[in-house]
Design a protein around this ligand. Structure first.
Ligand code: C2O
Ligand code: CU
Ligand code: CU
Length: 409
């Protein structure tokens, strides 16, 4: 198959974002929509995105999860932010299949809260066959008494984060329809600043088929799953029976701030039965372990030190081709979703428990008073990279570090 080129001009500008019928908030959007347009491509395609900034403040786009060259990563350590009225062209190859997303990487606590995010879907040659596919971008937005987006910079948010009314694909109380007897692929993105989503689909069983970096080795049955900010999950959902009404909810979860209230993203109503051609194979692909479980850690990243280290922290460089085994240690009283830019890692263990199924991840929750061991290989993309907590308020207050990937010797 010929590799193609996908060109998607994006314009960032202010909009009236209708979060419910007759209820609008002043938002920021790509091409006037929140979420921004779903970008769809095939593995190997080149994505070309001229970004024009029509906001009154600088912005950039980060391509969360894409293994691209450092200079296309969209952070201010690899490019000048795009000033109002200017255009910057992103151009890179999409090397992996999966559910990714793009979002602003400047003043993110405000720009992402206001709506500067969208999904990026890359398909491989052998995707499982399901009856229909949909993208569900989860978010929430904090409103003030006037029903507008609440002011930013509340000091309480630095620590506790920022949560608000839940939204599915930019809307409150979304209504979805599924045909009876069918099984769908749901590509889930958590684009919220802070909200942890312990996702339930009416308590019904579903299959987890993919994570941040594409398909799992095999489908996993579950009745709920935690999706932290920045993470993605692909699910196989259904079949249901005509007439059923199913709630799509975030169940209560304690990320260190007490049990959250149950939140409803929307409802799924089941229509008349339609024929199904869905076939979920027993296995999708083989994922080989990067290292053995007994490999010694090459680095420890302390969430507490990171949290208190202030802005512009720098970690030690790593070198292309040198395997990394990192212990992410969380001594703090709240969970932190750790995100590594530009590279996938494997989670080896959580709190000393080996992972039963390997997958490729770029964001992983490090539970409070817990630890996670990851392994990753810096492939040949030297340059400036970073990692950070994907609770955006934590990132903004400095819970992040830059580091360099050095060229091989
Ligand atoms: Cu979605 Cu710097 O991250
Ligand atoms: Cu990222
Ligand atoms: Cu955090």
């Amino acid at each position: 198959m010929e590799n193609g080129r996908i060109t998607v001009p994006l314009e960032a500008r202010e909009v009236d974002w209708e979060i419910a019928p007759g209820r609008s908030v002043r938002g920021f959007a790509f091409n006037g929509e929140v979420p921004g347009p779903v970008i769809e491509a095939q593995v190997g395609d080149t994505l070309v995105v001229p970004l024009t900034n029509r906001l009154n403040e600088p912005t950039t786009i980060h391509w969360h999860g894409i293994r691209l060259p450092a200079e296309m990563d969209g952070t201010e350590s690899v490019q000048w932010a795009v000033e109002p009225g200017e255009t910057f062209e992103y151009r890179f190859v999409l090397p992996d299949a999966g559910t990714f997303w793009y979002h602003s990487h400047v003043n993110e606590t405000e720009q992402i809260e206001r709506g500067l995010y969208g999904a990026l879907i890359v398909r491989g040659p052998d995707e499982p066959v399901l009856d229909r596919e949909r993208v569900l971008v989860l978010d929430d937005v904090k409103l003030d008494d006037e029903g507008q987006i609440a002011p930013f910079g509340d000091p309480h948010e630095h620590h506790a984060g920022r949560e608000g009314e839940v939204l599915l694909n930019g809307k409150q109380e979304a209504e979805l329809h599924i045909a009876g007897g069918q099984i769908e692929r749901w590509r889930i993105v958590n684009a919220a600043n802070t909200r942890f989503v312990r996702l339930s689909i009416g308590g019904r069983p579903f299959s987890i088929i993919g994570t941040d970096g594409g398909l799992l080795p095999r489908p996993l049955q579950a009745e709920e799953v935690l999706v932290t900010p920045g993470e993605r999950l692909d699910l196989a959902v259904g079949p249901f029976v005509e007439g059923e009404l199913i709630e799509i909810e975030a169940l209560s979860y304690d990320r260190g701030k007490g049990e959250s209230a149950v939140q409803r993203f929307g409802t799924l109503s089941v229509g008349p039965a339609a024929p199904s051609r869905a076939k979920l194979p027993d296995a999708f692909r083989q994922i080989d372990a990067l290292v053995s479980r007994t490999a010694a850690a090459t680095r420890t990243v302390s969430m507490k030190a990171l949290m208190h280290g202030g802005l512009h922290q720098r970690d030690e460089p790593v070198r292309v081709g040198e395997l990394q085994v990192w212990d992410l240690v969380n001594e703090t009283g709240q969970d932190h979703p750790f995100h590594l830019h530009g590279f996938f890692f494997q989670v080896l263990e959580e709190n000393g428990r080996p992972q039963s199924v390997l997958s490729w991840k770029d964001t992983v929750n490090v539970p409070r008073k817990g630890n996670v061991r990851i392994a990753w290989l810096p492939d040949d993309r030297p340059g400036e990279w970073m990692y950070h907590c994907h609770i955006l308020e934590h990132h903004a207050m400095g819970m992040m570090a830059h580091f360099e990937v050095l060229p091989s010797h």
